[in-house]
Design a protein around this ligand. Sequence first.
Ligand SMILES: [Mn+2]
Length: 334
Amino acid sequence: MTTPPFEAIAAALARYQKFYISTHIGPDGDAVGPALALKIALEMQGKTAIYVSRDGVPPSSRFLPRCDEVLNAPPENYRPDCALILDCDGTPERVSSPYEPISAAGFKILIDHHRTSKPVFDINWIDPNQPATAMMIYELLVFLKWEITPAMAAGILCGISCDTGHFRFSNTTPAVLRAAGHLVELGADAAQTAFKLFDERSFSSTQLVGLALSNMHSASAGQLIYTALSASDFASIGTGDDSSENVVNFLRNVKGARMAIVFRERRDDVGIVTRISVRSVPELRADLFADEFGGGGHAVAAGCKQRGNFEAAVQRVTERAVEWLEEEHEPLPK
Ligand SMILES: [Mn+2]
């Protein structure tokens, strides 16, 4: 059990005036939701707070009140007193922000629940037993006895819902359910959150799911299920890579599957990049698997990227996954 450094964080929040918040690249609901809630909370204390996400807000989280306040870039020469990095390891490679404002900040705080994060800042609250970063922000706000407005409650519930699969994953603790009950009392909408994060899809995104499912493969006697969406698949349907969020969950749900992988081909300024989403049963440690390919995440949900030829990346990673299913892996620390 990690003892949360509530007093130290409270002192820093009291001491400084100008705050800079950022999260991980390609943010999900558990990055955007708690970051927005914290921004609003600081502003209600009379502070200045900006939240920068280079990749903006993911479409499924755009129902959040005040999500239009998320900035794509910091103002020029922005010099905050204190940087708060959430749901991310705080390194320049992972933060969805130019690093200058973070380097310039006199004080830095990391709040994260990823097992792979290291203490790199002045205060590091890293607790892999927490189901969501949103849960950590909720506990912090309760400790501070700061008011939680309906907009803040919506952001926090969004994060909790995102990382617990709306209370379906094994990280759905009694504490999470109690927090969710409280957040609904404070104005968050549980039904809307579930619909927006998990169920609502555009027509083209639903077509893409169809394509991904009709192209799926099975290996290791059905223990590994994977599918690949190439750049031409995206082009044939006329939709972007964002629409394929959550495809991997369909694969994980196949009876007998112990590991599911979705490969998505994308072109960026450097060339071809394959985005890889991994889901597994806890003992197969999706996080350690992704780590072998330079990524990371949680024991049951992780991701990584590979450069170079798409088909080669698919082959390389699935071959390793077949071996992985046969190997023993480090058990989760208690
Ligand atoms: Mn998270």
